[in-house]
Design a protein around this ligand. Structure first.
Ligand code: C5P
Length: 236
């Protein structure tokens, strides 16, 4: 995947397919992509991917597969059959698991991304888990993703600049924990605004509740898009 202007991924974290599709039908595939995560997938099943694709939307399947290599590889293969644009595995599954996933997802089919450190983890929480500090753990997990041939990583915006510096513009950086001005932090701990996220080199900005929980989700998305468009020329 080549370096290109940053794109918003709307996290469709809804309790039903009906709610997700209601927002999705107002989205223009030229403006954004969508993410199906654990809640929506568990409730709606794989058919939600087909339904979203029917609206022309590219789907990131965010199930963060983390299991033995064979199980993860087979799950990745099933996800690819659904025609997802991007899928992810958890980098904590280790090198063999990452390589098995890579073998199951032929390059050029779906983008295969590794999750490094959750953006909901504070430095203290990470240390309590015995995982050290966010930057060195992210660096180590990103290195194993790169070594296994993955297309990029999910990371917090706080580590994005560092990874961009090491791996260059082609290694895809997907950043959740984006909080446009005026929105609440929710359960996220390492957050950043849109402009700063773009400045640190994020390719994809995952935005959920600031859009989906807004009184007017469409207007909230428009405001995010306007901010991205305003800054886009800087990132071409
Ligand atoms: O609502 P909010 O903008 O916090 O949503 C962020 C989305 O990104 C959620 O769907 C969450 O599961 C996902 N995510 C994350 N941190 C990661 C990986 C995925 O917040 N490291």
């Amino acid at each position: 995947m080549s370096s290109k202007a940053p794109v918003i991924i709307v996290a469709l974290d809804f309790a039903s397919a009906r709610e997700a599709l209601r927002l999705a039908e107002r989205l223009d595939p030229k403006d954004c992509r969508v993410k199906v995560g654990l809640e929506l997938f568990t409730e709606a099943g794989p058919g939600i991917v087909t339904d979203l694709k029917r609206s022309g939307l590219e789907v990131f399947l965010d199930l963060k597969f983390h299991d033995i290599p064979n199980t993860v590889a087979r799950a990745c293969a099933r996800a690819c059959e659904l025609g997802v644009w991007m899928l992810n595995v958890h980098a904590l599954g280790g090198s063999r698991m990452l390589k098995a996933a890579r073998e199951a997802v032929a390059p050029g089919t779906a983008a295969l991304i590794g999750v490094t450190v959750l953006t909901s983890h504070s430095a203290d929480e990470l240390a309590a888990l015995g995982l050290g500090d966010p930057l060195s753990r992210t660096q180590q997990l990103a290195a194993s993703c790169r070594e296994a041939g993955l297309d990029g990583v999910v990371c917090s915006t706080h580590e994005a600049a560092f990874l961009r510096e090491i791996y260059g513009p082609e290694f895809v950086l997907v950043t959740p924990g984006i909080r446009p001005a005026g929105s609440t932090q929710d359960d996220q701990r390492r957050t950043m605004g849109i402009a700063d996220a773009l400045r640190v080199g994020a390719h994809y900005l995952v935005i959920g509740r600031p859009i989906t929980a807004a009184p007017n989700p469409q207007a909230a998305l428009e405001a995010c898009l306007a901010e991205v468009r305003g800054l886009r020329s800087e990132f071409r």
